[in-house]
Design a protein around this ligand. Structure first.
Ligand code: HEC
Ligand code: HEC
Ligand code: HEC
Ligand code: HEC
Ligand code: HEC
Length: 447
């Protein structure tokens, strides 16, 4: 005789079984859904590719799902929305920030219980994700088409840059796509899923810029800068980008160049919180070799200062990516002979916020009626975009209130931080500590 509890348990089991079968059928018929067990953990890859693993570990790709700044901002932007299009956008983040989870069915949206994310999917943009990419079906919002294997027992093909590779664990196949900017670009171009607004345009900026040269000797792909960088070699457009000779595994033959996997951009805070201090230093090195400053004081008697910023190192605009959040700005100080400040602009207040009139290079989104919005979910238009394009300059005319005294010192700094403190201060809960400020360039000139 079955007691009630047993009966209930068994029925539940049967019911779950039917549901699972139903899900399985659905999964099989939907092209984007794979099983989580098909993906191999980066730890397994590290068994042979240990150096590449250490470079990737604690990179922003590894941390894309765990990044506390992303998580806090994403939850904050989602709160209180009622418009269907805005909600759709605010839920869409996981497609790029947790891609292995997304293609295996969980999480499908931001408000899913992220604590239930499978361990492997919490590891962000990872080895087996990128190296299972077979093609690209759309050049924005992550249009990658994957062909993963069947887990460790049957790892299948790993696509990569070599055409003569004969690994023992997995099969290997040359993929031209992996040598081109497109494999990066489909995630690094973000469009609002409902309104079509171009939210991030790193790939498009590169595609329309000077580094996408028709002359193959002059062309520099994303990988040509970002996968040549290593400590002391920032590998930007204004520095050397020497090859990185070495072996792809702990036991393979040497090759002239092994692409590095640090994936360093401007983020000099988040990797350090996860033990990746080396990467935060590399982000500073990258930012220090991105732009130059030129200060023309010849019109100072007319109370004018002409400051020119040139993008000499980035293959896209400065800043790029989340160009509405990143802050690149001019801090200007004029001191007279006695060290007394006679003029100041772009100096943070004691809440770490910038004054309204600071010169900031960034994108400002609007609500479709001309009003600025900080929530990308509400972005229907681009109101302004004064970011500095690759190999181009912008000259800012600064109006001084008085003519500075003779022998004054003009100090101009180009500064970078990941996000306005004003936004961080709006996020409820535990305060987010101020993000580090990096000096990209500095000019000091006596007048
Ligand atoms: C964001 C996508 C991405 C991630 C994540 C990634 N790779 Fe790569 N990997 C690439 C690309 C692209 C290349 C080839 C670059 C080129 O040819 O321009 C490459 C090259 C390689 C190569 C060939 C040797 C070399 O470095 O040149 C190996 C081996 C490799 N990756 C292993 C790994 C392992 C192991 C991991 C995880 C620890 C990993 N990759 C994570 C994109 C990625
Ligand atoms: C048992 C050792 C071993 C493991 C584990 C391993 N690989 Fe490899 N892999 C190799 C060897 C050996 C090569 C060939 C290196 C060469 O040709 O220089 C290679 C080459 C590659 C290449 C280059 C292929 C090409 O044609 O360009 C990629 C990409 C790659 N591995 C990705 C991965 C990924 C992703 C993982 C984890 C899912 C992984 N490997 C796990 C041994 C291994
Ligand atoms: C000529 C070298 C070069 C090329 C090519 C290049 N980058 Fe960059 N990248 C830089 C430099 C320098 C920085 C730091 C300055 C900055 O943040 O813009 C940077 C920063 C970044 C950042 C962080 C931006 C921020 O401020 O948050 C991302 C993301 C990025 N690059 C992605 C890409 C992608 C994707 C491509 C290809 C479509 C690419 N890069 C091509 C040099 C390059
Ligand atoms: C699956 C989508 C995806 C692919 C493919 C991808 N990226 Fe990324 N990448 C991201 C996301 C998401 C982040 C941001 C994570 C964060 O800040 O929380 C990021 C961050 C970065 C950063 C660090 C930015 C910073 O602020 O420091 C760089 C550099 C970068 N990617 C370069 C590349 C390059 C080069 C490639 C191609 C080899 C590439 N990415 C391919 C999604 C992707
Ligand atoms: C199509 C791919 C894609 C989607 C979808 C996406 N992101 Fe990102 N996200 C990126 C890339 C690429 C970067 C890195 C750009 C950079 O460094 O400036 C990034 C970086 C960020 C950062 C900066 C993190 C830091 O530590 O500074 C935040 C915040 C962020 N994303 C929030 C979101 C939110 C919120 C959503 C959903 C509404 C979202 N993203 C959806 C690709 C994506």
């Amino acid at each position: 005789m079955l007691n009630y509890k047993e009966w209930f348990k068994r029925s539940l089991g049967l019911f779950t079984g039917v549901v699972m079968l139903f899900i399985a059928i659905n999964v099989a018929s939907s092209e984007e859904n794979f099983h989580i067990d098909q993906f191999i953990s980066p730890d397994t890859c590290s068994g042979c590719h240990s150096e590449i693993f250490e470079q990737w570990e604690n990179s922003m790709h590894n941390l894309a799902h765990k990044d506390p700044v992303y998580l806090r901002v994403a939850q904050f932007l989602r709160k209180g929305l009622t418009d269907a299009g805005e909600i759709k956008e605010a839920e869409s983040c996981v497609k790029c920030h947790t891609p292995v989870g997304y293609v295996t069915g969980f999480p499908k949206k931001l408000t899913d219980d992220l604590s239930k994310t499978a361990e492997i999917a919490t590891q962000g943009i990872q080895c087996d994700y990128c190296h299972s990419v077979e093609s690209v079906k759309q050049m924005y919002n992550n249009g990658l088409v994957l062909k993963p294997g069947q887990g460790e027992d049957e790892p299948g093909l790993k696509y990569g840059p070599f055409d003569d590779s004969t690994p023992d664990f997995h099969e290997a196949k040359f993929s031209r796509l992996h040598t081109e900017s497109e494999i990066c670009g489909t995630c690094h171009d973000v469009k609002h899923v409902a309104f079509g607004t171009e939210i991030e345009t790193t790939y498009t900026e590169w595609k329309n810029g000077p580094y996408n040269s028709k002359d193959s000797k002059k062309k520099i792909t994303c990988q040509g800068c970002h996968m040549y960088q290593r400590p002391n070699f920032p590998a930007t457009g204004s520095t050397k980008r020497p090859e990185n000779p070495g072996a792809a595994t702990d036991y393979s033959d040497e090759r002239p160049h092994i692409f590095t996997h640090y994936f360093v951009g401007g983020n000099s805070s988040v990797p350090g919180k996860f033990g990746g201090q080396g990467k935060t230093r590399m982000a500073v090195e990258r930012l220090e070799n991105a732009a130059t400053l030129f200060v023309d004081t010849s019109r100072i008697s007319q109370k004018k200062l002409d400051i020119t910023v040139t993008n000499v190192g980035a293959g896209h605009s400065i800043p790029t990516g989340v160009g509405d959040l990143r802050q690149v700005w001019l801090e200007i100080t004029i001191q007279d002979k006695d060290n007394k400040t006679s003029f100041q602009a772009g100096v943070l207040n004691d809440r770490h916020e910038l004054p309204k009139d600071a010169v900031i290079f960034r994108t400002v989104f609007g609500d479709g009626k001309g009003n600025p919005v900080i929530n990308i979910a509400k972005a229907k238009q681009i109101l302004t975009d004064n970011r500095i394009k690759a190999k181009q300059s912008i000259t800012e005319i600064i109006n001084l209130l008085v003519v500075p005294k003779k022998e004054s010192l003009v100090i101009v700094r180009l500064l970078y931080r990941g996000m306005p403190q004003k936004i961080l201060n709006l996020i409820p809960g535990k305060p987010i500590e101020p993000l580090p400020i990096v000096e990209m360039a500095k000019v000091q000139q006596q007048i």
